[in-house]
Design a protein around this ligand. Sequence first.
Ligand code: DGL
Length: 265
Amino acid sequence: MRILKGGVGFFDSGIGGMTVLAECQKRCPGEFFYYYGDNKHAPYGNLPSEKIRRFVKKAFRRFRKLKVRAVVLACNTVTALCIDELRGQYSFPIIGAEPALVEGAKRGGEVFALVTRATYTSDRFQRLLSDVARRYPQSNVTAYPCDLLAGMIERHIFDPDFSYVTYFPKGTPNSVVLGCTHYIYIKEEVRGFYQCPVYDGNEGIAKRLCSILQKERIENKRSHKKPKKAKKKVEKKRFLRIFFLGSGKKGNKRLYEQMFAYKNR
Ligand code: DGL
């Protein structure tokens, strides 16, 4: 299949970013997307940062060839490690995924933030954690690196009977923040286990992407730029809205169609 140029790129180590893509597809109708999942190397959470950077660079070279208008790093781990460097290298907008710590902290009390090991040890996340602690002294945010969880979700996503509770940190928090896009698949299980509100950042990312694309449309109108031909074609063929790329493209397409596509029609 010929891949049209000029869409919006999404990147994740594997399946997690599709939860973000689904939210964005719902909120930005008429756009078309690339989903690059590097499932062969997932999970990234316990890999050395140099390896992660190398894999991400490969995906971005592909995005550049496809003339993307924006990229969503639908992965907290990659955002924590690479976003500053990528923003310095590429001129298109890059939107990151960051744990919604503020949402949890606003409620006050004990907040559990579940993240990958690589996110946990990153300077960016540690800065976010101290910033939130300073701004919301009425809450106590504790971050937990969940070493095996993303890998388990990647492996057992098609098994509805698999239980993840042994991978959850013990305690009785007032809220839980999911700091990895893989964990969003098991949001209900997390809620059931802790019996408290559970937050993720997907809605915020989708709103941010929509506003960037909206701004671009206004600027194009002002400068009388014609809409891209590729986009017109896609609007006719609505089923062509997502192009799956990367080592996990077949499995990701199947999973997306099974879990999200029907909801976004
Ligand atoms: N989904 C990713 C995240 O948000 C990565 C998980 C992993 O590969 O370890 O952090």
